[in-house]
Design a protein around this ligand. Structure first.
Ligand code: PMP
Length: 434
């Protein structure tokens, strides 16, 4: 129950009282919910939805140049001229969108990319969807039923939680949901021993997006095998960053092909390393075909536009040609940043990847740090409640292959200066600041 309470923070029903000049209950609800956001805006520390004026890591907001350390463009390929050219050529041939779902609007470009991705990832079959979120929601919903216990890591991404809630809420055929302690094979084992339904579908992530820690994949897979459980692995942040060739967490730990593909579905995305948008579902031929014909989020939403397919396909060319070099360069930069941040004295939680949470452990510290960095040309998004629990507030720092040594050194200098000024390094309470 404690695990469930923690995992579901942010989903609770928040009652609100009607406003004085009640026009409508939705208006009243919105007004009540926006209280914290209004306050942040008034204090000029509201950090979200700030519009970039150009793409790429080096951009501007309201005319001010800045380098983005919150980007998920891990291999820095989004702005590569070949990627842009491929997308432009696809606009000429297919237009921007196809105005339909994949059922009616599949192109040879989609089919070719699916075949190439299946080959590259070494899976029997691949389905490309319009977002990773949609891919996960559809995968869980189409596989789970009344005989299923969905077994979720306590720190699961919203797409895993939302897919599970939808699967559990289906009238008369809802699945059971259970949680296990983050990354704990022992806790997973306990849940699988006590689950109520006959079939278990365990859902984990390759790299946890806010903590940057890798799944203890070998141990977790062993427990799944012991209990004959099937596994859904979300490798959104491991794709292109882990494994010598960038094939992700399974390659990193020498586990490709070790867990039977009949029991495994890997879900990933084009919105990080592949530099665009789109979801990837990899698995057994029939399992993926079943998802393709049953995943409501996929069937009832529009096709991934071909310019995006062409861009992803061009990035796949690059990974095929020089994956080890691209991934190696990212790792070298991430290694430099990690070592330097630790030398300064920052707490990076359990991170062992290119995603490094700079732990602030107080909302105001994270917001003040964010503003100070922005004013000096470095963007790093703060993660606050309900993204993380109270007391776990942080700046999410992503190192990418596109960052130069100069970018990283500038970022380190600023973090040191403001980490001292706002007591992030000392851990003291921030008190009242002007
Ligand atoms: N899974 C994880 C772990 C993610 O971090 C994200 C993106 N934030 C997604 C899935 C969703 O992917 P997409 O952006 O393609 O919808």
């Amino acid at each position: 129950r404690a695990l469930e309470t923690a995992a579901l923070e942010g989903y609770e029903d928040r009652p609100f009282s009607p406003g004085k000049n009640r026009m409508s209950w939705i208006k009243d609800k919105a007004h009540a919910e926006l209280a914290r956001i209004r306050e942040a805006k008034e204090k000029q520390v509201y950090p979200f939805f700030r519009p970039f004026e150009t793409g790429g890591l080096h951009t501007t907001i309201a005319g001010q140049p800045l380098v983005n350390f919150s980007s998920n463009d891990y291999l820095g390929l989004t702005t590569h001229p070949k990627v842009k050219e491929a997308a432009k050529a696809a606009v000429d041939r297919y237009a921007c969108g196809l105005s339909s779902s994949r059922v009616q609007a599949t192109t040879v470009a989609h089919v070719e990319l699916e075949e190439r991705l299946a080959n590259w990832f070494k899976f029997p079959k691949c389905l490309v969807t319009t977002t990773g979120y949609q891919a996960m929601v559809g995968t869980i919903m189409s596989l789970a039923d009344i005989d299923t216990t969905l077994v979720l890591d306590q720190l699961s991404h919203a797409c895993i939680l939302d897919g599970s809630f939808l699967a559990a809420g289906v009238p008369k055929s809802g699945a059971e949901i259970r949680f296990f302690n983050h990354n704990s094979a022992k806790s997973l084992d306990r849940v699988l021993r006590t689950k109520e339904r006959k079939n278990a579908l365990v859902c984990i992530e390759g790299v946890y997006s806010l903590d940057g820690d890798q799944a203890k994949i070998a141990e977790l897979i062993e427990v799944c095998a012991k209990h004959d459980a099937c596994l859904v692995l979300d490798d959104a942040h491991g794709t292109g960053t882990l494994g010598v060739h960038g094939r992700g967490i399974l390659e990193e730990h020498g586990l490709e092909g070790k867990f039977p593909s009949e029991k495994l579905v890997v879900v990933s995305t084009f919105s990080k390393t592949f530099g665009g948008i789109g979801g990837i579902i990899l698995g057994d031929e029939e399992v993926v075909d079943h998802i393709k014909h049953r995943a409501r989020s996929f069937l009832f939403s529009a096709t991934l536009p071909v310019p995006i397919v062409a861009a992803a396909s061009t990035i796949l060319d690059m990974l095929e040609e020089s994956g080890p070099q691209l991934v190696g360069e990212l790792r070298e930069k991430a290694g430099y940043m990690r070592k330097s941040l630790k030398e300064i004295g920052f707490d990076l939680g359990h991170s062992d990847t290119h995603i490094m949470p700079v732990m602030c452990r107080e909302e105001r510290k994270a917001l003040f740090m964010h503003v100070a960095l922005m004013e000096n040309g470095v963007m790093m998004v703060p993660i606050t409640y309900p993204g993380v629990k109270h007391g776990e507030e942080r700046l999410r720092l992503n190192v990418t292959r596109g960052h130069s040594r100069e970018d990283m050194d500038k970022c380190l200098d600023l973090l040191k200066t403001y980490g001292e000024a706002f007591f992030v390094l000392s851990g003291e309470e921030i008190g009242e600041l002007e």
